[in-house]
Design a protein around this ligand. Structure first.
Ligand code: PLP
Length: 436
């Protein structure tokens, strides 16, 4: 990799599309210090993102002015809470090009995936014939990839255990890409659903969704896209994506914890039985049996995470004001710079694509002779927050023959100074452990 160095030993600093200093001023937590007065260098947005004041204000506004349970009660607060909740649903839907009827709120990506996995096994025993449309059973196959976060692997393993279906997967290439060479055999007439991440949380790889959707639909299978790491970082439009489900988490896109999204094509959602049952998802309840509301209410049992949904609406406003194309370009520039910086440090190996082609800003690496946990500890002492471990993608670290990695992830407030701090911190770790 050649670098047009702006100063000796560094990568090329192309102008960043986002105004990092102005953005940092919106994030109260970034003004605190850590580890004896050091600036917080937050490179763990892939685990959870920090929240701008606008999101915190929206949640506070809801609790201070509106707080009530939506879709219940006839008083003014209940009416306003319902309005705030539904307005946010419409806004979040528009953010991914979907009508509000196709947006189901869940706790996070994990719950959204489990919702569909349980709906597919509940379908086998559903009384209503149309709820059995997508039932999964013995002889059926579910397809994932070796790149998945545990959240997009274990629910499918469990579905297969419950139903007798078989789990199959697409493998990875040595350079951190999805191996699609056996797509046509792995995805076949027995396949009921393919679930694939759009952007890997550990390798940074951005996967080609179109050929997977095309093959899956050719054999009549549903497609779920795990957008936990894509929706926060690049423009995603469900109409262009062509899949049947998209799942993502609010807390990874500047929003609050406790709210996630399941987008589903309406005609598919409409034929799925519920996962959780209880209040607010029913049409008629009798002691003997009950009937359910249409989507999305059918999948939102109980009083929902209303303030969090309102907060997620504010996060969407914030991201839209920045422009998702700019967010993407910002992270591409940072990723290119970081890859160049890391390539210049002897002993550092990036696990994942070495260039910026179809690659997001999650950079996992190993440092020769130093355990990732020790790298993380030295970085933490310097005020730099990274993630270490298997990143809930254990099969991936196993595939690449490493016990764990250190991972840096970027977001809208990340600047070149954060990456310089990371590179200097890695050199400090090498000095500390005497590996250079
Ligand atoms: N999928 C991917 C790709 C992720 O990176 C994560 C979290 O890191 C998840 C799913 C699970 O997200 P959550 O923990 O918010 O449910």
């Amino acid at each position: 990799m050649t670098a047009t160095a702006s100063r000796p030993g560094t990568g090329a600093q192309t102008p960043l599309p986002l105004d990092v200093e102005a953005i940092r001023a919106d994030f109260p937590i970034l003004s605190r210090t850590v580890r004896d007065g050091k600036r917080l260098v937050y490179l763990d947005s892939g685990a959870t993102s920090q929240k701008p004041r606008q999101v915190l204000d929206a949640e506070r506004w809801f609790y201070e002015n509106v707080n009530a349970a939506p879709h219940r009660g006839a008083h003014q607060l209940a009416e306003e809470a319902t309005g705030a909740y539904e307005d946010a649903r419409a806004k979040i839907g528009a953010f991914i090009g979907a009508p509000e009827t196709e947006i189901v709120f869940t706790r996070n990506t994990t719950e959204a995936i489990n919702l569909v996995a349980y709906a597919l096994s509940n379908a086998a025993t559903a009384k209503e014939p149309e709820f059995r449309t997508y039932a999964v059973g013995q002889g059926d196959e579910i397809v994932v990839t070796e790149m998945e976060h545990h959240a997009n692997l274990l629910p499918w393993q469990q579905l297969c255990e419950r139903t007798g279906a078989t789990l199959r997967w697409l493998g990875l290439t040595d350079d951190g890409r999805l191996d699609l060479s056996d797509l046509d055999t792995v995805v076949n007439e027995r396949t009921k659903l393919v679930s694939v991440t759009q952007q890997s949380n550990i390798l940074g790889t951005i996967n080609p969704i179109a050929p997977i959707v095309e093959r899956a639909h050719e054999v009549g299978a549903l497609v779920m896209v795990d957008g936990a790491q894509s929706v926060p970082h690049q423009p995603v439009d469900v109409q262009a994506l062509g899949a049947d489900f998209l799942v993502f988490s609010g807390h990874k896109m500047l929003g609050p914890t406790g709210v996630g999204v399941l987008w589903g094509r309406y005609e598919v959602l409409d034929k799925l039985p519920p996962f959780l049952t209880g209040g607010s998802m029913i049409e008629v309840v009798r002691m003997e049996a009950s009937t359910f509301m249409p989507p999305p209410q059918r999948f939102e049992a109980g009083v929902p995470m209303t303030a969090q949904v309102v907060g997620l609406g504010a996060a969407v406003d914030y991201l839209q004001a920045l422009g998702m194309e700019n967010v993407l370009a910002h992270e591409e520039a940072l990723t290119a710079y970081a890859l160049e910086e890391l390539a210049e440090i002897p002993g550092v190996t990036v696990i994942g694509p070495a260039d910026t082609v179809a690659r997001g800003g999650a950079i996992s690496f190993t440092v020769e002779g130093i355990h990732p946990h020790d790298v993380g500890q030295v970085l933490d002492d310097l005020g730099i927050a990274v993630r270490v471990g298997h990143h809930c993608a254990w099969p991936v670290v196993r595939r690449y023959g490493v016990p764990a990695t250190t991972r840096a992830t970027f977001y809208v407030h990340t600047g070149y100074d954060d990456i310089d701090a990371l590179a200097d911190g890695i050199r400090a770790a090498q000095k500390f452990f005497g590996t250079v």
